[in-house]
Every structure is written in structure tokens, then in C-alpha cells.
Design a protein around this ligand. Structure first.
Ligand code: AMP
Ligand code: GLY
Length: 422
């Protein structure tokens, strides 16, 4: 079959790398892709949200399956667009429709869903400018730190955690007055969950699901989880504290009721679900849902999948994923994200990258790179995910760090303590 992947980051390069190995694959395309994806497929210079242009390309290239990487096309309704058009409705889109995508696109929607289906999560209330005074009263009933979340998508920046009550009230006012545009015209205030985070992932066809390996990512820019939040600076899979007992709680209390709940809501969810959880004294609680895979979690989760990923995804439209063989490697995978100097604040692009040919022990997944003449250059904040396997976390990390040393570009930075807390 001919497959089109939408997106341009490390997650999409990892999908492309995996799917390129499938026996079911005829041709692989990535829109828009990056300098890494073009090594395993063909890049198409179309934005993942330009649905009209995607339609024309899909017809021209006889695409049989679309895999959506990022949330934006899903929240904007890429699946609805394809399903509503008789020319292209035969092309299945792996990803939820607009309503299903609200699990990520609206914090309030996802909180209401969790409460309705008894899924453990932090207590919350949501407020707008009109209810600012009530919001302040609600904050007074909570203990510090205070968690304020923009209701809508804010490029991963819409969550503020504040230690002081007066500051929290002030920040709330700023948020409601447009700090994150329309996304923060409504704000969810939540109970703070104290614990260590871990993420679980499934692929669901709406009836059945396949459980992917879990992972932990490292979001802060600085060592010891300090400094500004980023898209993710590295990841580890498996996560040692997520043992069988914990996993069974996650399945029973969170994953099963989510998949069943979506069906009861009449949402024909097809695609990935990302469960961002906190382990609060041995009990899993949901921090957030995402309607896609994580990045850089994908760069450790997918390399541990031994089965043919395309075979699994190709069984989604007919609701047969439970019939496809699925196995996971017992090895540990780690990834270290190399980023541009200055990220997540201002940084420069277009820096020439060298040393790829010297890396022998790791997989290199391009995140923000572009081809310029004969050179690969940086084109984003997060540049390259360096993934390695090992018998344990330390063995895998050692390889990732040796490889990261060999890649050079002006201003390169990475955290040297991924996995420090496990
Ligand atoms: P989110 O965008 O909902 O994933 O939130 C971003 C990050 O904020 C999470 O990964 C957590 O580290 C933190 N966070 C979100 N909600 C809470 C909460 N209720 N308690 C503690 N930390 C939280
Ligand atoms: N690494 C976190 C995310 O993809 O949302």
C-alpha cells in the first residue's frame, strides 16, 4: 500500500523509519517531512493542514492510508474533511475526528469526559472572565502550588504552575485576558498532583486497542528538571516504576474506561491515544490526554515495537487490530534530544550539521532539520533525537551520549542527565 505521513518532526521520522521496513509498504510519502524522512521515503512540500492540497496529492499518488503525526490537523478536522468528500473518503485517516480530538483540543472537554467515566484525575473547575471572582474563591480553597491551564491548544505552553496565591490570581487574570489568545479565554484550575510522570500509549480502532510500551519524557530545558518547559529533551522506555501492578491499574482504571467511554459517546475514535499520567503514591491519575503520539516519546516507543506497525495500522479501518500479532522488545530504548542554542527561547536556524556518518551505535531521528544543497542544516529548536538500545537504561544512554558527541552544529545543546530520576 501507499502511505502518507503528515508532519515534520522526530515523531514523523520515527514513524517513517518503522513503516519503511513494512512488507505491506509500496510507497511512502511524508508531508512536509524533513531531511531525515527523505532518506526513507519521499517528502512532499505541502503543509499538514493544507487539506485541499493534500487531497489533490492523495489522488495523484493513489494514497491508501494517511497517518497523522501532530494534533493540529486532527483538531482542525482532517479526518472529517476526508470522510466528507466522496473523491477521497476511501482513504482512511489514522487519527480521531474533530470531536474525538477535543480530548486534547479542550481541557474542559477532557476533564468532563474523565469525571463522567470515573477516570482518576485532579479535581478541577473551569472559569472565564465573567466568573473571575468565583475563580479566585476556588483558588482560595486549594493548596499551593496552583495549576492553571488554558482550555485550548497553546503549543504546549498553556499550563502555569504557581506557588503563591496572589500570583496565581494575577496570572489567571492575564491568561483570561488573552495571554494565549482564544485558547485561554477559558481556564481550567486544577488540584496539584504530586508524583512522578509516565505516559502510556494505545492504538485503537474504536472497539479494540493495542497497548504500546510506556515512556517517560523530560520536558525542562535544564539538568535536574530545571528551567523552561520544552517540547521534550529526551525519553526512556520502559519505565522501571511502571511495573505489572501499576500497569494493570492503568489498564483497568484508565485505558479501558477511556476506550469504552469514547464509544459510548458515539465517537468513532481511530488512532493513537496518549495518556499523560502521574503516579501519586502508586495510584495512576490522568494529567492530560493527547490524540497523537508524544515527541520524543515516539523515538523510544516505536523502536521497541517488533511487529509490523503498518500491519497494525492497516487493520484500524476494519476494526481488526486485535487480530494482528503484536510484540515488544524487552530492550530499553533511550533518546537524547539535541537542540539549538537558546531554545526554547530565541535561537538561530540554518546551522550546518556534520558527523552523521560517524554514528554507528544509535538511530538518528531528525526533528528540526532541512536539506540545503549538499548539507543538512538545523531548522528548528529541537534538531535531532539520538536513540539507542541497551540491556538497561544506563547502557542505552551511554550509547546515545557517545553518538551525540559525534554530531556537531554551532550552538548544539542537550541534557546530560536523561533518566536521572528513574
Ligand atoms: P499538560 O499540558 O496538561 O500536559 O501540562 C503540562 C505539564 O504541567 C505536565 O506535564 C505536568 O508536568 C504539569 N501538570 C499539569 N497538570 C498538573 C497537575 N494537576 N498537577 C501537577 N502537575 C501538573
Ligand atoms: N513530549 C510531550 C508531548 O509530545 O506532548
Amino acid at each position: 500500500m501507499n502511505v502518507l505521513i503528515l508532519g515534520s518532526g522526530g515523531r514523523e521520522h520515527t514513524f517513517a523509519w518503522k513503516i519503511a521496513q513494512s512488507k505491506k509498504l509500496t510507497k511512502l510519502y511524508i508531508a512536509p517531512g524533513n531531511a531525515g524522512t527523505k532518506e526513507v521515503g519521499t517528502n512532499i512540500n505541502i503543509s499538514a493542514t493544507d487539506f485541499d492540497a493534500l487531497k489533490q496529492k492523495c489522488l495523484e499518488l493513489d494514497i491508501n492510508l494517511i497517518i497523522v503525526g501532530p494534533e493540529e490537523p486532527l483538531v482542525k478536522g482532517v479526518r472529517n474533511y476526508f470522510e466528507a468528500d466522496s473523491d477521497i473518503q476511501h482513504i482512511p485517516v489514522i487519527g480521531p475526528d474533530k470531536v474525538g480530538a477535543q480530548l486534547e483540543g479542550s481541557k474542559e472537554f477532557s476533564k468532563k469526559f474523565m469525571i463522567k467515566y470515573g477516570i482518576p484525575t485532579a479535581a478541577y473547575e473551569s472559569f472565564t472572565n465573567e466568573t473571575y471572582n468565583e475563580a479566585c474563591k476556588f483558588l482560595e480553597t486549594l493548596e499551593a502550588p496552583y495549576v492553571l491551564k488554558a482550555d485550548g491548544l497553546a503549543a504546549g505552553k498553556g499550563v502555569l504552575i504557581i506557588n503563591n496565591l496572589d500570583e496565581a490570581k494575577e496570572s489567571l487574570k492575564v491568561m483570561l485576558n488573552g495571554q494565549f489568545g482564544e485558547a485561554s479565554s477559558k481556564v481550567v484550575i486544577e488540584e496539584y498532583l504530586d508524583g512522578i510522570e509516565v505516559s502510556y500509549f494505545v492504538i485503537t480502532d474504536g472497539d479494540n486497542y493495542v497497548l504500546l510500551p510506556e515512556a517517560k519524557d523530560y520536558k525542562r530545558i535544564g539538568v535536574n528538571d530545571t528551567g523552561l518547559n520544552t517540547g521534550g529533551m529526551g525519553a526512556v522506555s520502559p519505565v522501571p516504576f511502571a511495573d505489572e501492578v501499576f500497569k494493570n491499574k492503568v489498564i483497568k482504571q484508565i485505558i479501558d474506561p477511556t476506550v469504552k467511554g469514547l464509544k459510548s459517546e458515539g465517537i468513532d475514535y481511530k488512532g493513537f491515544i496518549f495518556f499523560g499520567l502521574t503516579n501519586v503514591k502508586g495510584e495512576p491519575k490522568v494529567i492530560e490526554y493527547n490524540v497523537r503520539m508524544g515527541d520524543p516519546e515516539t523515538e523510544v516507543v516505536i523502536p521497541r515495537v517488533e511487529s509490523d506497525l503498518l500491519e497494525v495500522l492497516a487493520a484500524v479501518p476494519t476494526k481488526n487490530i486485535n487480530k494482528v500479532p503484536f510484540s515488544v522488545s524487552p530492550l530499553t530504548a533511550t533518546t537524547v534530544m539535541m537542540v539549538s542554542g537558546g531554545y526554547p527561547e530565541e535561537y538561530e536556524k540554518g546551522k550546518v550539521m556534520t558527523g552523521f556518518e560517524n554514528v554507528t551505535e544509535s538511530l538518528l531521528f531528525h526533528a528540526g532539520t532541512a536539506q540545503k544543497g549538499d548539507s543538512v542544516v538545523t531548522s528548528g529548536g529541537r534538531v535531532l533525537a539520538v536513540t539507542s538500545y541497551g540491556a538497561n537504561k544506563n547502557e542505552a544512554l551511554k550509547k546515545s551520549y557517545i553518538s551525540a558527541e559525534k554530531i556537531n552544529f554551532e550552538g548544539k545543546y542537550y541534557r546530560n542527565d536523561i533518566g536521572f530520576d528513574l
